[in-house]
Design a protein around this ligand. Structure first.
Ligand code: GLU
Length: 272
């Protein structure tokens, strides 16, 4: 009898191994089911982007519109005991971190583009941005037409660095690792302008005296939550949550909280 058990052991091990493998990699499992079980959603958020996702040095917490949206959406999906966990991403690292299962979803100033839709799935848009320019107060640059032979700063992994080449083909584009570094480069005169979405630039203008947002918005940047391909149930749940947040007025409260005091920013245009 004992011998028979020993004899069966290797077979049992093989069956267990096969069962384990059939669950697939973390990125292939149902994010929604896992979140419901663990009562947690792990979000990729920015830590370098004031107004959307910025680390508060006083308590080490990331704060901003994206972070608050993630908290609200988590409660709508998982109920009031649901927890939102945050992992720092940059424009460059957000898709790789999603792909290898380090985060469940991205909510990080990320534009829903057809290119990106080939590799991730997007929720409905939850914020309407548009690309613009940040320049020193005394700069002669007023629009993208003034960028001829100028150096424009951007961030790796951001679509702004591609967009700017289309509207200002004669400009030189310099790509930095994140928005903190891009702002330092602008301050130290390594570029004539910094380009990304208007909301992000207004956040920089609040943080850094002597800079202004110019050029209007020359692209449309609808922000969406991104999840891995084939996570349609999570996308559905997120879309439902966004709708509820808009209908309840919580959305407009968040817009007012984060953008209401930003000088020269018409935040009421963002109301839904
Ligand atoms: N929304 C643009 C993008 O997704 C620029 C902001 C960013 O770098 O996150 O690329």
């Amino acid at each position: 009898m004992k011998n028979k058990k020993l004899f069966l052991m290797p077979f049992l091990l093989i069956i267990l191994l096969i069962a384990g493998c059939s669950n697939g990699s973390v990125a292939e499992q149902s994010v929604l089911e896992n979140a419901k079980e663990s009562k947690t959603i792990t979000w990729g958020v920015k830590a370098d982007t004031k107004l959307f996702g910025l680390t508060d040095v006083r308590d080490g917490q990331q704060k901003g519109f994206d972070v608050d949206m993630a908290k609200l959406i988590t409660k709508k999906i998982l109920g009031k005991d649901g927890k939102a966990k945050f992992v720092t991403v940059t424009s460059q690292s957000r898709i790789p971190l999603l792909k290898n299962g380090n985060i469940d979803a991205i909510i990080a100033t990320m534009t829903n583009t057809p290119e990106r839709s080939k590799i991730v799935d997007f929720s409905n848009s939850y914020f309407d941005a548009g690309q613009s320019l940040l320049v020193p107060d005394n700069s002669p640059i007023k629009t993208t037409a003034d960028l001829k032979n100028k150096t424009v700063l951007g961030v790796v992994g951001s679509n702004s660095v591609e967009n700017i080449k289309k509207v200002a083909p004669d400009a030189k584009v310099l790509q930095l690792q994140d928005y903190a570094q891009a702002m330092s480069a602008l301050k130290s005169g390594q570029g004539d302008a910094l380009t990304t979405d208007n909301g992000i630039l207004y956040g920089m203008a609040v943080q850094n005296k002597g800079f202004k947002v110019v050029g209007g918005t020359f692209t449309k940047e609808p922000y969406s939550i991104a999840v891995n391909k084939d996570q349609r149930d999570f996308v559905k749940a997120a879309n439902k949550a966004i709708k509820e947040i808009e209908a309840s007025g919580e959305y407009n409260e968040l817009i007012k909280k984060w953008f209401g005091d930003v000088p020269k920013f018409n935040y009421k245009e963002l109301y839904r």
